[in-house]
Design a protein around this ligand. Structure first.
Ligand SMILES: Nc1ncnc2c1ncn2[C@@H]1O[C@H](COP(=O)(O)OP(=O)(O)OP(=O)(O)O)[C@@H](O)[C@H]1O
Length: 301
């Protein structure tokens, strides 16, 4: 099957600041793809390039088999973008907002499409109220519904669950899965690693302008080399940090690759540092990403 999105050697700077230095990525059709990365790592910049709002300095993007460059108008018919700057009009009702978008996109039988979305997104109770009275979660739901009007095959969602409460976040994830199950491709960014772990089909981690990890959540977690967590007495933390200067201690604990454990223990004991506990480190996404980011930072130094 043709890939939904194919990105090769993408580069983009702002002035002297290189934001994307060599991004390579494939997103398959019909999956929920989550792009993760720290604040300022370039996630929004990448989404803006993929949705033709910003031109790259170099590299290529292919959307559903068609090169983006030179075919922007055609490709805009195949995608929709739901950005952090929410596009709903607070003075209108939710229904009027939906109708406005349906008109704008020239959708035939707009009323039917809108009623169907209201049902499917469980918005009947509030859709005729002014949007200004909605909670953050309701607004997000409406926003996502708006991005489904028309015939977009790929839906870009920039941080769809940011700033809404845990219950509303769950509702939004359910909607996203529903959209995926209807055959659409979802490309989203998020700061919540646990949510991506739980709900995304494929994850990529953007760090220092490149994709440093990519795979299913399970692949990423099992690909990490085994690690241990070693804890020293709190009063010995400074001493331990001097003995192992290449490691970062947090509240007396440090994460070590298993092949470094024996050497580190010996150094600590020889320097009279009290080791309180030693056990396997959990390989959740947060730990894996934190370690990759730390490794990359050490390489640069
Ligand atoms: N138009 C612009 N002009 C200059 N610098 C920009 C511009 N847009 C983005 N940047 C810079 O590029 C870097 C990446 O920004 P971007 O918004 O893509 O990151 P992000 O990963 O989406 O961050 P966040 O998670 O905080 O939303 C930042 O340092 C930002 O200041």
């Amino acid at each position: 099957m043709t890939a939904a999105i194919e990105i090769q050697h993408l580069v983009r700077s702002f002035g002297k600041k290189a934001v994307l230095s060599d991004v390579n990525l494939t997103v398959q059709q019909g999956e929920i793809f989550a792009l993760l990365g720290e604040n300022g790592s370039g996630k929004t910049t990448l989404i803006r390039i993929l949705t033709s709002l910003l031109a790259p300095d170099a590299g290529t993007v292919t959307i559903l088999g068609t090169p983006l460059k030179g075919n922007e108008n055609q490709i805009r018919q195949l995608i929709s973008l739901n950005s952090q700057a929410t596009t709903v009009d607070g003075d209108l009702s939710g229904r009027a907002n939906l109708a406005f978008i349906a008109d704008l996109r020239g959708v035939q039988s707009g009323k039917l499409v809108i009623n169907d979305l209201i049902e499917r997104f469980d918005m009947v109770d509030f859709i005729d109220r002014k949007v200004a009275t909605y909670s953050g979660g309701m607004k997000r739901r409406l926003d996502i519904a708006m991005s489904l009007i028309g015939d977009a095959q790929i839906i870009f969602l920039d941080e769809p669950t940011t700033g809404v409460d845990p219950k509303a976040r769950q509702d939004i994830w359910r909607l996203i899965q529903k959209i995926r199950d209807e055959g659409k491709t979802i490309f989203l960014t998020t700061q919540y690693l646990e949510e991506a772990d739980q709900h995304a089909d494929h994850i990529a981690f953007l760090n220092k302008g490149k994709i440093v990890l990519s795979g299913t959540p399970t692949e990423i977690k099992t690909s990490a080399s085994p690690q241990s967590i070693l804890t020293v007495a709190l009063e010995d933390e400074n001493g331990a940090a001097r003995v192992l200067p290449e490691r970062q201690f947090h509240a007396g604990s440090v994460v070590l690759p298993d092949d470094q454990v024996a050497r580190s223990l010996k150094l600590l004991v020889n320097n009279d540092i009290k080791v309180v506990s030693l056990g396997p480190a959990k390989n959740d996404l947060e730990t894996v990403f934190f370690n990759v980011a730390e490794e990359e930072a050490n390489e640069v130094v």
